[in-house]
Design a protein around this ligand. Sequence first.
Ligand SMILES: Cc1cc2nc3c(=O)[nH]c(=O)nc-3n(C[C@H](O)[C@H](O)[C@H](O)COP(=O)(O)O)c2cc1C
Length: 277
Amino acid sequence: MSTYAEAIERRFGDGGPSSEGVAENDFIRRVLLRKTVRRYSDVIPSDSLLDLLVAAALSASAKSDFQQASILRVADPTKRTAIGALFPSMPWIGVSPVFFIFLGDARRLQRIGELRGKPVRNGTLEGFFNASVDAALAMQTMVLCAESAGLGVCPISVIRNEIDKVAALLALPDLVFPVAGLCLGYPQTEGYVSLRLPRRVTTHRDRYDDSALAQATDDYDRRRDALHAIPREQQRSNAEFGEAAFYGWSEDKARQAAKAEGAAFPPYLRSHGFGFD
Ligand SMILES: Cc1cc2nc3c(=O)[nH]c(=O)nc-3n(C[C@H](O)[C@H](O)[C@H](O)COP(=O)(O)O)c2cc1C
């Protein structure tokens, strides 16, 4: 079995294509086996390495070359502690060696319009979406580059749940918003490769077809449970939904999504320059 086939099997275990015969590429193999890391050693990555990762992140593709991502590093220990204290259930946010925030920045293009005397209205849905995509692409580029340099990372979108406090701490102006934070450091733990949905659910050819979803999800739940069962005490919202005899990924995600997060984000955006028209 090629190293791709082994990596693909670990990632999907779905019996799908294994890319036998394709030339070895270390970067792709690493991506297939990548994993989120939430515990870090005390070693602080050097500033030169962080500068390199920021440069790589800002080399990501950008919609229309508008370049609407900005990266903010939270280095001030007081601010780190203040942000961490907002999310006690995720202690890695306050203590990771490095913490970046990837910002969708719809402000800069509007300011450039002002500088050039061409009125730009960028608080539109298009402006919000383009800036979000740019920031997400920049973040994922940093994620993959950091991982290939031996670092471990964890994106942090929960900061949007406390958007008013986070934005005030970081002096974010109108039209600039966090897409996600990113904890970064050298891994202290091994972690594990998280099994993904079978590719027959997440890939399509020529036409969209999700007719196999129910059966494929059941199968995925069982395979994932055999690898990493969710402990009984981690079942969500049992008071509302009851204790499940079998608690797989789909039950967990349905319960999680039914309790919508991020209620503070839309009103924050609407009162900070986005009309979404
Ligand atoms: C946009 C985004 C936001 C995320 N936000 C959080 C977060 O707030 N807290 C956290 O612990 N993990 C967060 N994660 C990490 C995911 O939980 C993780 O990627 C997912 O469980 C899949 O695991 P894997 O990346 O190891 O395959 C986030 C990931 C992404 C892409």
